[in-house]
Design a protein around this ligand. Structure first.
Ligand SMILES: [Zn+2]
Length: 191
C-alpha cells in the first residue's frame, strides 16, 4: 500500500474537518453516506460543503474545491498536497516504505555500476596498451613483405578501434555488451 493510500485509509474526512477547520461536527448525528455542512472557506448561508463518507471525499458546491482528505488538509492549512502528505505521514507515524525500498535498490545499483566502471576502465587501458604496441609495430613497416607479415596486426588494430568506440559511446547497453564480451578475453585469461 502506498503512503497516500495508507493516509486515506487511516484518516477520515470527518477527522480531517474536525482537526483542521473550525467546523464543529460534534452535534452532527448522521450516518448518511453523504451530507452537507457549512463551508469554512466562503461565507456560506446554505450548507454547501458535501461530505461523502463512503469515498472519504468532499466538494464545495460553491466552488471552493474538493477532493480527498489530503486535498482537504492542504486547503485548510494553505499548503501544497506534497506538504500535506508529509505532515499527515509524520502525524500518523507512517514509515516511508517506498523511499526505503528505492534507497536499498539505488545502493545496490551504485555498487554494480561502480564495479562495471572499474572493469570498463581496466579493459580500456588494456586496449590502449595493445593499440600502442600495434602502432609501434606498424611504424617498422618498410616493405610489402613487412606489411603482409603484419596483416593480423592491422586486423586487430581495427577491432581495438571499434571496441574503444563502443566503450566510449553514449548507449549504455552497447557498453555493457562490449564489456561482457571483452572481459573474459582481457581480464580473465591466465597467462
Ligand atoms: Zn466553499
Amino acid at each position: 500500500m502506498s503512503t497516500v493510500d495508507e493516509i486515506k485509509e487511516r484518516f477520515s474526512i470527518i477527522e480531517a474537518i474536525e482537526t483542521y477547520t473550525n467546523v464543529d461536527l460534534s452535534k452532527l448525528k448522521t450516518t448518511k453516506k453523504q451530507f452537507n455542512i457549512c463551508c469554512p472557506w466562503h461565507n456560506d448561508k446554505t450548507p454547501s460543503l458535501t461530505i461523502y463518507t463512503k469515498s472519504n471525499t468532499w466538494k464545495c458546491q460553491a466552488g471552493c474545491g474538493g477532493g480527498d482528505v489530503i486535498n482537504l488538509v492542504s486547503k485548510a492549512l494553505s499548503i501544497s498536497n506534497r506538504e500535506a502528505i508529509l505532515m499527515l505521514q509524520k502525524q500518523l507515524g507512517i514509515k516511508n516504505k517506498v523511499a526505503a525500498f528505492e534507497y536499498s535498490h539505488w545502493q545496490n545499483d551504485r555498487k554494480i555500476f561502480r564495479g562495471f566502471e572499474e572493469t570498463k576502465d581496466q579493459i580500456v587501458s588494456k586496449l590502449l596498451h595493445h593499440r600502442n604496441l600495434f602502432n609501434q609495430a606498424m611504424k617498422q613497416v618498410v616493405s610489402l613483405e613487412d606489411r603482409d607479415r603484419l596483416v593480423e596486426v592491422y586486423h586487430f588494430k581495427a577491432l581495438i578501434e571499434k571496441y574503444l568506440e563502443e566503450l566510449d559511446c553514449t548507449d549504455f547497453d552497447i557498453q555493457v555488451a562490449t564489456v561482457k564480451y571483452l572481459k573474459p578475453l582481457f581480464l580473465e585469461v591466465i597467462s
